[in-house]
Structure formats: structure tokens, C-alpha cells
Design a protein around this ligand. Structure first.
Ligand SMILES: [Zn+2]
Length: 322
């Protein structure tokens, strides 16, 4: 693999970055926090470090890819928005407009393309630089800026491959991935692991005693710092992922737990995302033939989002010592 940037480690896994220009066209209003410029900043940062040969145009998901995890009525409603110029609100902060169907089909399609690609090889990793985000979207509801649950679509697609008997979805967004959890709550082939800020939207994932063994929610108090975050993952969550021995590791990569983020008050640094990514890659190398697919979720401070995503993708690209 060519190494035209001095910032990239000499020992590298196979990495692909999936994205599509349509993901910049979904615009939920001028003062909405989930803006196209978020993705543009991520793309600018990644293009600076990863030259053209790393990049793949996201394929378009099929309607049946979405209905594996979503009610047909919800999928129809979202896709029908393409025939109407008016902006529809699916909840008070989740909008759908003419450009949204292509954006969601490419965002979900990125995950499908990435899963297919990592399952073809070994030590293959992919990052999907897409929006709108997905982890709050549940079977029959689009909510919390999320229209289609991209990581759930990718997981359901992966479970259709005989190489994947079980998989883990790791979600380190500051908000609990309630949609993802709900979709897989009755499916023990999927280990869902989330750390998120307590008392924050969507106000779920706070009663671990009521969760089945394959759902692992841990809320962190507001203002929790790097040390608290790393201790939780090191002592509890990472060992549980290793014990599950997933055939594939999927990541809901939200970066709004960064201390600069305006929508949450956790106190992480970009290096914390790199640290966790390195540990997840080690687990994937041990159990999942190095296969990791990560998809962008939240992150609303543009500088922190770009810096954190770059740290995460660099760690994804690095090959740990064997
Ligand atoms: Zn979030």
C-alpha cells in the first residue's frame, strides 16, 4: 500500500474510507446542530492524511437492506420524501427532505459495502464518513437526527454472511444508541456495548440490571474525564467484548464525548478515541481476523470532530504488533 503521507504508520492494515457527496445534501435547517459542514470537516481532515486510493464511493443500499431492520412504513415515508420539496419533521429535531433519500441510501450503503469488503479479506478495516447519523433510529421511528440506523443495517447485512455467526456493535457516542439497542435487544448474536453520558438524550441505557447479557450499557456521570472513561472500558467493557469473541466488530463512532462538544459535557480528548480504537483493533485481530467497520455518528464541535475522527481512523489503519 502506498504511503504518501508521513503521518501514516509504516505498519498498516488494509483500510478503506467510504463516503458519498449525497451525504452532504441532507440539510435539516440552518440552526440545526447536525449540519453538512460536520461531514465536510471530517472529509477535509481525512483527505489530508489518506490519499485518494483509500477512498471508495459508497454504494446505494437497497430498500430491502433497510427493511431488514426497519418497518416498511417508515422506509416508505423516508424514501417518499424525495418526491416532495417540502421539509417534513419526523420528530421535533429530525427532518426529511428531497435530498434525504439519496443521503440515507448512500449512508446505509456505505456500511453494506464496507462489511462486504472487510469480510473478503483479513485485517481489513473500513471507516464510513457519512451522515445523517443513525443510532437513535429504531424499527419504526426516525428520531434524534437519525433517519435510518446505518450500523444496524450493516449488522443485519453482515449476519446474512456465513462468516458472521455473531458480531459486536461498540458505541462510544455520548448519547445512548437506543435505536440500535432496541433493534437487537432480542438477538443474542449481537453484543451491543455502549458508554454514554448519564441524564442526556435519549435518557435510556441507564438500567443495566434490566438488560439481557448481550446488551451492555454503562452510563458515565456528566464531566467524566479520560481516566474514568478508560477505566470503564479497560476493566469492564473490553473484556466483555473479548469474551464474546465476535466474528466482526462494528463501531458507532460518535465523537460528542469530546470535552469541546456543545451537546454533551463529558471531558474526553481526541487521544481517548484513538486509545479505545487501538484496543478494539487488538480484539478484532484476536477474534475477528482484524475485521472492523466503523461508521460516523455524532460530534458537533467541528474542530474536535475533525481531530477526533482523524485520530480514530489513524488508529484503525495501524496494525498492532502480533
Ligand atoms: Zn451523540
Amino acid at each position: 500500500m502506498a504511503k504518501s503521507s508521513g503521518t501514516i504508520s509504516a505498519a498498516m492494515a488494509e483500510l478503506r474510507i467510504y463516503s458519498h457527496p449525497a451525504c452532504l445534501e441532507h440539510i435539516p435547517g440552518a440552526d440545526h446542530p447536525e449540519q453538512p459542514v460536520r461531514l465536510q470537516c471530517v472529509l477535509d481532515a481525512l483527505h489530508g492524511a489518506f490519499p485518494e486510493h483509500f477512498w471508495q464511493q459508497a454504494p446505494r443500499a437497497l430498500r430491502e437492506d433497510l427493511t431488514r431492520v426497519h418497518a416498511p412504513a417508515l422506509v416508505e415515508r423516508i424514501l417518499a420524501a424525495g418526491q416532495d420539496d417540502a421539509c417534513q419533521w419526523l420528530d421535533e429535531d429530525t427532518a426529511c427532505m428531497a435530498a434525504s433519500p439519496e443521503a440515507v441510501l448512500r449512508a446505509a450503503g456505505a456500511g453494506i459495502g464496507a462489511v462486504d469488503w472487510v469480510l473478503e479479506g483479513s485485517s481489513s478495516r473500513a471507516f464510513c464518513a457519512v451522515r445523517p447519523p443513525g443510532h437513535h433510529a429504531a424499527t419504526a421511528s426516525a428520531t434524534g437526527f437519525c433517519l435510518v440506523n446505518n450500523i444496524a443495517v450493516a449488522a443485519a447485512h453482515a449476519l446474512g454472511n456465513k462468516l458472521v455467526r455473531r458480531l459486536a456493535i461498540v458505541d462510544f457516542d455520548a448519547h445512548h444508541g437506543d435505536g440500535t439497542e432496541a433493534i437487537f435487544r432480542l438477538d443474542p448474536r449481537v453484543l451491543y456495548v455502549s458508554s454514554h453520558q448519564s441524564g442526556l438524550y435519549p435518557f435510556t441505557g441507564e438500567t443495566p440490571d434490566s438488560d439481557p447479557p448481550h446488551i451492555l450499557n454503562r452510563s458515565l456521570p456528566a464531566e467524566s474525564d479520560s481516566q474514568t472513561f478508560r477505566r470503564l472500558w479497560h476493566e469492564e467493557l473490553l473484556p466483555r467484548i473479548a469474551a464474546f469473541a465476535p466474528d466482526l466488530l462494528l463501531i458507532s463512532a460518535g465523537f460528542d464525548a469530546h470535552r469541546a462538544d456543545p451537546l454533551a459535557t463529558l471531558q474526553l480528548e481526541s487521544e481517548d478515541f484513538a486509545w479505545l480504537t487501538e484496543r478494539l483493533v487488538e480484539i478484532a485481530e484476536r477474534y475477528a481476523q482484524g475485521r472492523v467497520v466503523s461508521m460516523l455518528e455524532g460530534g458537533y464541535d467541528l474542530e474536535a470532530l475533525a481531530e477526533s475522527t482523524l485520530a480514530h481512523v489513524r488508529a484503525l489503519a495501524a496494525q498492532p504488533p502480533r
